[in-house]
Design a protein around this ligand. Structure first.
Ligand code: NDP
Length: 240
């Protein structure tokens, strides 16, 4: 029977590429999104993948959304925590709301979704969770104390949950993308982006499909011995 996967923020950008790649691998995919109905509808028309709207930062909404997916598609075997936002600014200019909203969605969303999906995976003795971190959670970034803290938190969350899932056949990994050509990066001012690209050893932005390929590997049966790790796909921009 086909495995069921949920991809949060799965209707555009990196998430869209992940949804499509997992479908191509034979999974039945539910793509969650936050509010952009127009993009979600276009995505479903294009790919045939069902889209489900809820806010990953809302604990109850995640419980309800995942229950709905399980009922309509099947028990959730694979969770990709991809939904993420930025609210950039230096510490001096960053409001508490900007701090809190990024923590609520980017890090809180991982907790909320794992709470909804992990128990069923444990019961069935198999599961894959991939949390999308960021190069800026690994190395920090000027004007992103909220985003860097949330993404860095994802890496700790991953390692802790991996230990809880290991004996139950559940792997939990993080994937840290470098700069990828999506709407999120399109929002970066052109001169700043030029400086960023100049620092990428391969000399270009990444493509969403290059991230999706890594996620597909981490979600495969063959990746059962990979857990608690961070896969970096960043064109050589951050090496450690
Ligand atoms: P986009 O801004 O292109 O897409 C974000 C997606 O997340 C959308 O589908 C959006 O839904 C969804 N989303 C946002 N907030 C919520 C919410 N509260 N609840 C549910 N869904 C939500 O982002 P990218 O594709 O660029 O990034 C995807 C992930 O990769 C993010 O976690 C990002 O931090 C990370 N990343 C991206 C990098 C890049 O260079 N692009 C680099 C490193 C990490 P909707 O369409 O409804 O708004």
């Amino acid at each position: 029977m086909a495995k069921t996967a949920i991809v949060t923020g799965g209707t555009r950008g990196i998430g869209e590429a992940i949804s499509v790649m997992l479908k191509d691998q034979g999974m039945t995919v539910a793509a969650n999104f936050g509010g952009n109905e127009e993009r979600a509808k276009a995505f479903t028309d294009r790919t045939g993948i069902a889209a489900y709207k809820w806010d990953v930062g809302d604990h109850e909404a995640c419980q309800e959304g995942c229950a709905r997916v399980a009922e309509e598609i099947g028990p959730i075997d694979v969770l990709v925590n991809n939904a993420g936002i930025t609210r950039d600014g230096t510490l001096a200019k960053m409001s508490y709301e900007d701090w809190h909203e990024v923590m609520r969605v980017n890090l809180g969303g991982c907790f909320n979704m794992a709470k909804a999906c992990f128990p069923g995976m444990k019961e069935r003795g198999w599961g894959r969770i991939v949390n999308i971190g960021s190069i800026n959670g690994q190395g920090g970034q000027y004007g992103q104390v909220n985003y860097a803290a949330a993404k860095s938190g994802i890496h700790g969350f991953t390692k802790a949950l991996a230990q809880e899932g290991a004996r139950a056949g559940i792997t939990v990994n993080a994937l840290a993308p470098g700069y990828i050509d999506t709407d999120m990066v399109a929002a970066v001012p052109e001169p700043v982006l030029e400086k960023i690209v100049a620092k990428i050893p391969v000399g270009r932005l990444g493509q969403a499909e290059e991230i999706a390929r890594g996620v597909a590997f981490l979600c495969s049966d063959e990746a059962g011995f990979v857990t608690g790790s961070t896969m970096s796909i960043n064109g050589g921009q951050h090496m450690y």
